[in-house]
Design a protein around this ligand. Structure first.
Ligand code: SF4
Length: 461
């Protein structure tokens, strides 16, 4: 009987991708995925260190898993427990010390070694591997079966870059994921071709600093992300391309040109700014000013007028005063985002910002966060409202909650619900938006006469 594997994934798309690859690594050992931790023979927590109290949340989840493990042991069943991801990287030995239920700890650069680590656990050891190995994780990973790829749906992530050299003063990524590395073009292309062959229609290229991509091309030279996107757009079957997460400094001319030239490249760009104040941007070591960020937005808009932007914001960074915060609000007004994520600053052990003077009181942070989220929510609602009556190309992804309904995504990642045949899953079709709610759009398939009129939105209009 197949052993069951339960993976709980926290955080970003990089972790979603890594979780899928961990399942691929364990499939040849007889592990099949389950959604229920209580049924599992192996539980992996794939953790994220970005959010507040990340490590504490992992320990409290491990407390729950300890009970599952004990209940299984009473039935004579062994459950193996692994901690992976950025908390594993940052806290390795500490996890082993504090959580006796954990059998193994594996960092984001070494999960291709899971079979060997599991063998050690079966010999009675508690295994830990948080190295940055010299062997290429991606070379060691086997391609998942066509069937496994199909089951994951019509949209897939491909890691093209890992790590970060930017060292923003609030961020642990350069410490947990290491220096920037880029995969060679040929290997990315092979992965994209395999995915397209298995029915994937949309590929999102991911990396902690994806637009710092500089992988080796077939000509032996370093290729930019823009050049890579041009190449992947030629893969038969790939209808849509996206990339995330980008740093404003790395939006070079080739990437801007890709937004102008590639129909497959969706006009929706997540471009985190974190703050609208130059003083705070400098304290964060973001290496760009407010004016440079706005200039980048203007350049991309000039290349692709239909583009919409999203962003990340941190409020209450050490030293942020009311004037700095108002500069953030005015930047939000100026850009007119389609959506954004915003968080209160919280200290990450080992990062320079922890030591900074002028830490902002919690109640001030909460009040500013509320004001910022209100501004962002208004912009998002206005952006969605402008969808009404328009006709978008929608990539149909899965059956809807109600019979006869299919759910897809607009170019701007908005979920769109349509009454249509499930046979349309995987197709890109024009849909006219007939209703807009807080989190979704509803539409009808456009008639043939509308099909050629499928329009994109003027962001910020
Ligand atoms: S660019 Fe800054 S925030 Fe982004 S991963 Fe690198 S250090 Fe972290």
């Amino acid at each position: 009987m197949a052993k069951k594997l339960f993976i709980k994934t926290y955080g970003c798309q990089m972790n979603v991708y890594d979780s899928a690859r961990m399942a691929d690594v364990l499939a040849p050992l007889g592990f099949a995925p389950t959604d229920r931790a209580g049924d599992a023979d192996m539980v992996i927590l794939n953790t994220c260190h970005i959010r507040e109290k990340a490590a504490e949340k992992v320990y409290s989840e491990l407390g729950r898993i300890r009970l599952i493990k004990a209940a299984a042991a009473r039935d004579g069943r062994r459950v193996m427990v692994a901690v992976a991801g950025c908390v594993a990287q940052a806290e390795g030995e500490e996890i082993i010390r504090r959580a006796p239920s954990v059998d193994l700890v594996v960092g984001p650069q070494s999960y291709h070694r899971l079979p060997a680590l599991l063998a050690r656990v079966e010999r009675g050891e508690r295994a830990i591997d948080t190295e940055f190995p010299v062997d290429d994780k991606f070379d060691a990973l086997k391609a998942p079966s066509r069937e496994a790829t199909r089951k994951r749906g019509v949209s897939a992530f491909v890691t093209v870059q890992e790590g970060c050299d930017k060292f923003c003063t609030f961020c642990v990524v350069p410490y947990t994921r290491g220096a920037e590395t880029s995969r060679p073009v040929a290997k990315i292309l092979a992965e994209a071709e395999r995915l397209a062959d298995a029915g994937v229609r949309e590929i999102t290229l991911i990396g902690q600093n994806v637009n710092a991509y500089h992988g080796e091309g077939p000509d032996g030279r370093a290729w930019t992300l823009g050049r890579l996107l041009h190449r992947i757009a030629d893969v038969p079957g790939v209808a849509r391309l996206r990339y995330t997460t980008s740093h404003p400094r790395d939006m070079d001319a080739s990437l801007t040109a890709a937004h102008r030239d590639l129909k497959a490249l969706m006009p929706y760009l997540h471009l985190p700014v974190q703050s609208g104040s130059d003083r705070i941007l400098a304290a964060m070591n973001r290496r760009h000013t407010r004016a440079e960020y706005l200039d980048t937005i203007a350049r991309v808009r000039a290349a692709q007028p239909a583009i919409a932007f999203s962003s990340d914001f941190i409020v209450g960074f050490p030293g942020e005063d009311e004037a700095d915060f108002c500069a953030t609000l005015s930047l939000v007004d100026e850009v007119a985002y389609a959506g954004a994520f915003s968080f209160k600053y919280s200290a990450r052990p080992g990062t320079p910002a922890v030591e900074m003077a002028d830490q902002v009181p919690e109640d001030v942070k909460s009040e500013r966060l509320q004001r910022l989220q209100h501004a962002i929510d208004r912009q998002q609602a206005a952006f969605n409202a402008r969808s009404f009556g328009r006709t978008f190309d929608v990539l149909f992804e899965k059956p809807g909650r109600y019979g006869g309904q299919v759910v897809g995504r607009s170019p701007y990642l908005q979920p769109v619900q349509v009454m249509a045949d499930a046979a349309m899953i995987g197709e890109v079709m024009p849909v006219t938006i007939t209703e807009v709610s807080a989190n979704s759009l509803f539409g009808t398939l456009a008639t043939a006469s509308h099909a050629h009129q499928s329009v994109l939105m003027q962001a910020g209009g």
